[in-house]
Ligand binder design. Structure first.
Ligand SMILES: Cc1ncc(COP(=O)(O)O)c(C=O)c1O
Length: 408
């Protein structure tokens, strides 16, 4: 067993499930209705019901469920007519999917540096990245922390750009009283295994425009249109439908969400207060205007010189070895091999991109490069733990400062 697995056994195990998930899944199996069918010819009911329930949770009019959060972004972009020749501005500090979904549409992602405190896209840097080819922006609400959507939407309106909010981490987050995913044209979610509502894999797109919702649906269901003959395919589409198994589990998970959301948020507030009192530790700071932060993971930054020169990998190892589950944050997108060495799609001109070869040098993305070199994150197991366990984390980090550090 690695240190990491060993450490996790002292904290609540994620996913959290009980008889509700087991019974829901068993019912689907016994029903023999293992897929959702089409809008005019329902088979199982779980996908259709989940779409309504999730739309209600996020305060949106429409929701289309899909098989994962990566294709959710792709489907939203495709339905918004993003494609060949277009550029899409994406935060540099995110999981690869925020940008690989852009590649899937044949458009080119352009990476935007982040704010050093909130760790999300620095909206003040977006304007300088806009060109005549820019078609859309993907703000990523990293760790549940909302991007400043007020400012971003002003830019989008001024430059006539589409906005797809990547809310894979931000179930329940709210900026200026409006849930994320409802600021832009569409918001996309992931229900992958580590996410706060999960079915192992899964995704959804929310929006408030019925025509857009229909186009998204058509794309993820083979180019079909609602209430039309099953073998009519009106436009290019593919099969990204969610299964009944996923939806049944998600409906049970949805019921657990409010209580867990409160606990994660209470614990995050406590950790924020206590950890920021330690000289040399800084936590992710909620964006000004955040009314609810749906914490998913909890990123921290440390100053090496305040910790006796401790490197990031040693810091990580020490936390894990002491029983505290800790993960690495995302390597910035510009530094990933697929972008640096252009291992992407054939026949697409990526020469306009602000990454690739020398352009992927960290000097061009100074904030995110610095942040990544000294940041780690606590997974939600910690945010769901007891106060005693949180105090263990705080005390252990303090002890790392006061002991003479061996670098082992
Ligand atoms: C920010 C972000 N966007 C998109 C995704 C893609 O979601 P999925 O893994 O469900 O495809 C993830 C998944 O981890 C993510 O973290």
């Amino acid at each position: 067993m690695s240190f990491k697995q060993e450490a996790r056994k002292f904290y609540p195990k994620w996913p959290i499930y009980d008889e509700k998930e087991i019974n829901a899944l068993t019912e689907v199996i016994k029903s023999g209705e293992w897929w959702c069918g089409a809008p005019g010819a329902h088979q199982g009911n779980n996908v259709w019901a989940f779409q309504e329930e999730f739309a209600q949770l996020q305060g949106s009019e429409y929701c289309v469920a899909v098989c994962n959060g990566t294709v959710a972004i792709e489907a939203a972009l495709m339905a918004l007519d993003v494609g060949l020749g277009d550029e899409v501005i994406v935060s540099d500090y995110t999981f690869v999917a925020s940008a690989s979904a852009v590649i899937a549409t044949n458009a080119v992602p352009i990476f935007c540096d982040i704010d050093p405190n909130t760790l999300v896209m620095d909206v003040n840097k977006v304007e300088e990245l806009i060109t005549e080819r820019t078609k859309a922006i993907i703000p990523v609400h990293l760790g549940g922390n909302p991007v400043n959507m007020g400012h971003l939407m002003e830019l989008a309106v001024n430059y006539d750009l589409k906005v797809v909010e990547d809310c894979a981490h931000a179930h329940g987050s709210e900026f200026k009283g409006k849930k994320v995913g409802n600021w832009g044209d569409a918001g996309t979610f992931s229900f992958q295994a580590s996410k706060v509502i999960t079915s192992g894999e899964g995704g959804a797109i929310i929006c408030n425009n019925s025509e857009l919702a229909d186009n998204i649906y058509s794309y993820i269901d083979c180019g079909r249109k609602k209430n039309e003959y099953f073998y009519k395919h009106f436009s290019y589409g593919t099969n990204y439908r969610m299964t009944e198994y996923q939806a049944a589990i998600l409906r049970a998970q949805l019921k657990k969400f409010p209580g867990q959301h409160k606990l994660r948020n209470d614990n995050a507030q406590y950790l924020m207060k206590k950890l920021n009192e330690i000289d040399g530790i800084k936590t992710m700071i909620p964006t000004t205007g955040t009314t609810t932060l749906g914490w998913y993971v909890f990123p921290i930054l440390f100053e090496t010189k305040k910790f006796g020169g401790l490197t990031k990998s040693k810091f990580y190892k020490k936390l894990n070895k002491s029983g505290i589950p800790t993960d690495d944050c995302y390597p910035p997108l510009h530094s990933l091999d697929c972008f640096k060495y252009n291992n992407l799609k054939k026949g697409i001109d990526y020469s306009y991109a602000n990454w690739g070869g020398e352009k992927s040098n960290n000097v061009h993305f100074p904030i995110v490069s610095d942040v990544y070199s000294r940041s780690l994150e606590f997974p939600q197991e910690i945010l769901l733990a007891s106060r005693d366990k949180l105090n263990d984390v705080i005390e252990f980090i303090k002890s790392l400062k006061s002991t003479t550090l061996s670098q082992d």
